[in-house]
Design a protein around this ligand. Structure first.
Ligand SMILES: Nc1ncnc2c1ncn2[C@@H]1O[C@H](COP(=O)(O)OP(=O)(O)OP(=O)(O)O)[C@@H](O)[C@H]1O
Ligand SMILES: [Mg+2]
Length: 251
């Protein structure tokens, strides 16, 4: 379904150049739930953006359903993205002036125009699947973070994408909401054979997926990094912060 050969991505030029991805080869099968993991800066989001057709590689090949992406014009790529790919990101990017139901309908309107009303029924079904059937006509500011993330999942699924991409979909959620989102992904994968590619920092998320692709400094690695890949900021507790600030070295 996704086939990547010798993929490279360099940001910037000359001395400022950053080689974010180096000679990546990978395949994702139809119906697979794959996680991309690795330390901060290892290239996970870059890889997801490239295979999600949101950015261009510096070199290398990407095939989606045997289509060579480099052969497509910009408008063909946009069409393929709307028709076949769904995206869930950490930032919800919902439209505040639209209800949750209208937000979910939006990608379907882009594809089908305003006339078709079939997508409205599907949007209601999807919002029920994610447990928000009571909140259809609420606005984003009236929903919690976990609920908004579930709206973005429904929105990502409205056009029945072949592949669902998610970049740290649970990073800003509390443990309970994160579990709901992951269990939802797992259910979609098991019951609807939804292909999912998810970037995550959380080692426990390995329990939900079929396979992990480990990235290290822009390369695919065969094993996890020696220490964990969590990048959560270690907040110094207030007493230690106070001690630190009043120590002679801090002044
Ligand atoms: N637009 C950009 N311009 C220059 N360098 C970039 C750009 N985007 C990413 N990079 C660099 O490319 C490398 C890979 O970044 P990327 O965002 O893919 O990492 P990541 O694994 O997703 O990290 P994190 O876990 O912190 O989200 C990093 O060194 C980053 O600084
Ligand atoms: Mg990232």
């Amino acid at each position: 379904m996704i086939n990547v050969k010798n993929l490279n991505k360099t940001y910037g030029r000359g001395e400022a150049a950053v080689r974010a991805l180096k000679a990546i080869d990978l395949e994702v099968e139809n119906g697979e739930f794959t996680a991309i993991m690795g330390r901060s800066g290892s290239g996970k989001s870059t890889l997801l953006r490239l295979i999600g057709l949101l950015d261009f590689p510096t070199s290398g090949e990407i095939y989606i359903d045997d289509t060579d992406i480099s052969k497509l014009s910009d408008s063909q790529k946009t069409r393929l993205r709307i028709e076949k790919l769904g995206f869930v990101f950490q930032e919800y990017s919902l439209i505040n002036e639209m209800t949750l139901l209208e937000n979910v309908c939006l990608p379907a309107m882009c594809l089908n125009g305003y006339r078709s009303n079939d997508y409205r029924k599907r949007a209601v079904e999807l919002l029920s699947v994610v447990g928000l059937q009571e909140r259809l006509h609420h606005y984003p500011h009236e929903a919690s973070g976990g609920e908004l993330q579930r709206v973005t999942i429904a929105r990502a699924l409205i056009n029945q994408p072949r592949i669902l991409f998610a970049d740290e979909p649970t990073a800003s959620l509390d443990i309970t909401s994160a579990k709901i989102v992951l269990e939802l992904f797992s259910k979609l994968n098991r019951e609807m054979r939804q292909t999912i590619v998810m970037v995550t920092h959380e080692l426990e998320d390995r329990n939900y997926v079929d396979r992990v692709i480990w990235l290290k400094d822009g390369f695919v690695d065969t094993e996890p990094p020696s220490s964990g890949c969590e990048t959560k900021l270690k907040i110094i507790d207030s007493n230690r912060w106070h001690e630190h600030m009043s120590s002679p070295q801090a002044n």
